[in-house]
Ligand binder design. Structure first.
Ligand SMILES: Cc1ncc(COP(=O)(O)O)c(C=O)c1O
Length: 426
């Protein structure tokens, strides 16, 4: 049977927190604030667009489209990003449409890493970066964002890179760095100064920057999303990644893209044409219609990309308040829709010994799912093995949820806290 064992390049990459925690949710049916997707409808016009596409007289919209991206969609993306980047983007050669941002990450990493190349990954990180680098034969080099504050309210801006530590990561073997802003899971929106520090090192060491910007539109005032590709000398060495799932609140549509200079995008196209080849036509057409609607009103109050963060901000504040109320210490995000919180002030109320996992945050989140009925994600899942201990005190919750469900989460935690207090005073 050895003949059919998992190929060596995947060994060690076979565990996934998502597979494990989705199963856990199916078994215990908690209120699930683990996975990152909205539980409310996407904007009407985007579902209407899909309806229109499905019933259109143009029957070809149900057939294969151009492999590197449906013409109407790459045209719409080129129009929008040309304006945002301040540089004319060629829809044919400088954009690739993929199966989710996931597919764009895969094509970017597999299309650039050679055996033995080093890839710098900033911790915590969206968990697929590491296995993609390893599968490509690369060597991931991890640098953690460090919490610079030990007391008082915490913002995602309090998680920072140490400049000397970052400088020391770069060497002649470094092929690329992956930057994620706004950040999952911390919600950090990298400042211009932080991005310049990264950009200067990329230029000094001739390193490629993969900029995962799937939450580009979900930024809370007064913070501002800066595209690293717009910094001087960075367009030439940056691949920027986006997601329709995050942009239009349709994560199940699983469509993403990468844009950058033609010589870099060419490598992604080769990976894509030899794996996925072409993405779904009707979904791409509907997303194109969505961008055509939003482009003329970019930055205005009726633009979904402006109204969504406005809608999410009170949800963020509500969650931060109730987490504090029950005794946790949340990191208030500047962007994205996740909140990381230090759960350890509640450690005495949890029977961690009843769970067998190595890391305390796994035990905490599993115990909470089974006994309290609220599911979060253990933050050590976003760290390399050597650094998982840094994150054991943290849980990640998602707040792009209906107010009703956030209220339920608040009630579950409050009831649990009161119950435990009642028991401890008996
Ligand atoms: C940081 C980050 N990058 C990429 C993705 C993948 O996006 P998609 O669903 O478009 O594949 C996600 C999804 O949660 C994410 O959080």
């Amino acid at each position: 049977m050895d003949k059919f064992k998992l190929p060596q390049r995947y060994i060690g990459n076979d565990k996934s927190v998502w597979v494990e925690y989705i199963q856990l949710a199916l078994e215990h049916k908690p209120l699930n604030l683990g996975q990152g997707f909205p539980d409310f409808p996407p904007p009407d016009y985007i579902t209407e667009a899909l309806k229109t596409v499905c019933t259109s007289d143009n029957v070809l919209l149900h057939q294969y489209t151009r492999g590197f991206g449906h013409p109407r969609l790459v045209t719409a993306l080129a129009q929008m990003y040309s304006q945002l980047i301040g540089k004319k983007i060629d829809p044919q050669t400088e954009i690739l449409v993929t199966a989710g941002a996931y597919g764009a990450l895969y094509s970017s990493i597999l299309g650039h890493i050679e055996e033995g190349d080093e890839a710098i990954i900033i911790e915590p990180y969206f968990d697929c970066y590491e296995p993609m680098v390893r599968t490509a034969g690369g060597v991931p080099k991890f640098i953690p964002l460090r919490l610079k504050k030990s007391s008082g309210p915490i913002s995602s801006g309090d998680w920072v890179l140490d400049p000397t530590e970052l400088q020391n990561m770069f060497n002649a073997k470094t092929k690329l760095i992956i930057v994620n802003t706004p950040h999952n899971p911390l919600g950090k929106v990298f400042t211009k100064q932080e991005l310049e520090m990264i950009a200067d090192l990329c230029k000094k060491w001739n390193v490629l920057c993969i900029s995962d910007e799937v939450y580009e539109w979900i930024v809370y005032k007064p913070y501002e999303h800066i595209r690293i590709a717009t910094l001087p000398g960075m367009w030439e060495r940056t691949i920027t990644i986006g997601s329709a799932g995050k942009t239009f609140s349709v994560t199940g549509w699983k469509t993403g893209w990468a844009y950058g200079p033609a010589n870099l995008i060419r490598n992604l196209q080769v990976v894509h044409q030899n794996s996925v080849y072409t993405c779904t036509t009707p979904i791409q057409e509907a997303i194109a219609l969505g961008f055509e609607k939003e482009f003329p009103r970019l930055g205005q109050t009726d633009c979904y990309f402006v109204s969504l963060p406005k809608e999410l901000e009170p949800k963020r504040n509500y969650m931060a308040d109730f987490l504090r109320e029950v005794g946790m210490n949340p990191t208030v995000p500047e962007g994205g829709y996740f909140m990381v919180a230090d759960w350890t002030p509640l450690a005495s109320k949890v029977d961690l010994n009843s769970e067998k996992d190595q890391y305390k945050d796994y035990r905490f989140t599993k115990w909470m799912t089974k006994n309290v009925g609220l599911q979060g994600i253990p933050v050590s899942a976003f760290y390399s093995d050597a650094h998982k201990h840094i994150a054991e005190d943290f849980v990640r919750y998602c707040f792009i949820k209906k107010d009703d469900n956030l209220k339920k989460a608040c009630n579950i935690l409050t009831k649990w806290k009161n119950q435990r207090e009642g028991e401890s005073t008996k």
